[in-house]
Design a protein around this ligand. Structure first.
Ligand code: S3P
Length: 426
């Protein structure tokens, strides 16, 4: 499906909400299914990825209902999960595949988890090796340690593990396995990636604690909980970037998650000169949230590397768009993980922005953008990746003429209704 956007001459204006947080929605469903007692999560994100998590949990015999945007999970503990009849379909969602692999590693049933073409290209050795070291039978049967995953769990022993990459999905998989293991499971090197799993585990009564550069768990029974989910800051970022870029904009976004391990893009926007303000800061169910207000400004290039990347990992393609309109060079390094996301996001965003007149150079682990460049409408492609599609829509708003984005349907993975919402603000 194609979507057409035109360059806009007036700023984006208004006040709105963004869809519920995707990462927290996945975790509410999975941890709720592992817990004993009822978990309610609302508003739960009704998007492609989160529906994949719910369908896998249903196939495992977990009782759950999604009415409107309220999810109710009848948790009976992992011991009540049943061997599914066929394979589990994680769709496009690596979070579903990796977190479920961790949870299933503790249970003596056989499961196969498959994904779509994009997920089938993503690396799984990072979870297979430590889960095996804990004692689970786990194999990535696709070529080169890629999906499908075949798991037969049970008999786990805790490990002390230093992650080779700071990935929240890997950290979460090991913690979910660790809850079912004998002894302590300690995960090192995960301080800068999102910590929603740790926060929700603490809320649900897990035996979890934090050390200088580690998080550790012991065998625990989780208790069901009410979870109120804030707006997704990664979804909000597309609107914030559009407001920063289009002159005359002023946008207010209500009730957005402000977890510091997710908010890296806000500080980068500020250091580029954009005007983004937080207000009504509060915490519910162990997660910070608040309102955001953004206005357009003259932007200057910025350099971002290494340790700042995990807290803005999904927003890096947007930084390439901002760099095209900012004065000076924008340089991103230490973001090699982007090459193994839903698409090779470094190659995809550079190629498509170049089609629109951007001046970008690919680096192995990032890119350099020479700004400012005049962007012109063009035919561009989403590469089947929701975040590339929406980043290109933001670029289209500040380009001259018409931009046609092919493969637009992937936007439903995280932000159903994005184009319609954007149009109400123009
Ligand atoms: C996610 C973690 C991130 C992120 C993904 C969602 C999660 O991946 O890119 O969109 O919900 O845990 P990694 O932390 O594995 O890099």
């Amino acid at each position: 499906m194609e979507m057409v956007f035109n360059g806009v001459s007036r700023g984006l204006r208004g006040e709105t909400r963004v869809p519920p947080d995707k990462s927290i929605s996945h975790r509410a469903a999975i941890l709720g299914a592992m817990a004993e007692g009822v978990t309610t999560a609302s508003p739960f994100l009704r998007s492609g990825d989160c529906m994949s998590t719910l369908s896998c949990l249903r196939a495992l015999g977990v009782g759950l209902e999604l009415e409107g945007d309220t999810l109710r999970v009848e948790g009976k503990g992992v011991s009540a999960w049943r061997e599914p009849e066929g394979w589990l379909d994680a769709g496009n969602s690596a979070t579903t595949m990796r977190l479920l692999a961790g949870a299933l590693s503790g249970i003596p049933i056989r499961c196969e988890i498959r994904g779509d073409a994009s997920l089938s290209r993503r690396p799984m050795a990072r979870i297979v090796e430590p889960l095996r070291a804990m004692g689970a039978e786990v194999e990535a049967v696709g070529e080169g340690n890629r999906p499908p995953l075949v798991i037969r769990g049970g008999g786990l022993k805790g490990i002390d593990y230093a992650m080779p990459v700071d990935s929240a999905q890997l950290k979460s998989a090991l913690l979910l396995a660790g809850l079912q293991a004998e002894g302590e499971t300690r995960v090192r090197g995960g301080k800068t990636s999102r910590d929603h799993t740790e926060r929700m585990l603490a809320l649900m009564g897990a035996d979890i604690w934090f050390e200088e550069d580690a998080v550790a768990v012991r065998r625990s029974t989780l208790e069901g909980h009410e979870i109120r989910i804030p707006g997704d800051i990664s979804s909000a970022s597309f609107l914030l970037a559009a407001a920063a870029l289009v002159p005359g904009s002023r946008l207010v976004l209500r009730d957005v998650g402000l977890n510091p391990t997710r908010a890296g893009f806000l500080s980068v926007l500020n250091s580029m000169g954009a005007l983004v303000m937080e207000s009504s800061y509060r915490e519910t169910d162990n997660e910070p949230r608040g309102d955001l207000e953004a206005a357009s400004a003259e932007l200057a290039g910025v350099e971002v590397d290494g340790w700042r990347i995990p807290a803005m990992i999904d927003e890096v393609p947007l930084l390439a768009v901002l760099g095209c309109r900012a004065k000076g060079e924008t340089v991103v390094r230490g973001a090699g993980e982007l090459r193994v996301k839903e698409s090779d996001r470094i190659a995809a965003i550079c190629a498509e922005l170049i089609r629109m007149g951007g001046r970008l150079e690919e680096l192995e682990d990032g890119f350099v953008v020479h700004g400012p460049a005049k962007l012109v409408g063009a035919r561009v492609d989403s590469h089947g990746d929701h975040r590339i599609a929406m980043a290109l829509a933001v670029a289209a708003l500040c380009a001259e003429g018409e931009t046609v984005i092919s493969g637009w349907e992937c936007v439903d993975i995280s932000f159903p209704g994005f184009a319609e919402l954007l149009r109400t603000l123009i």
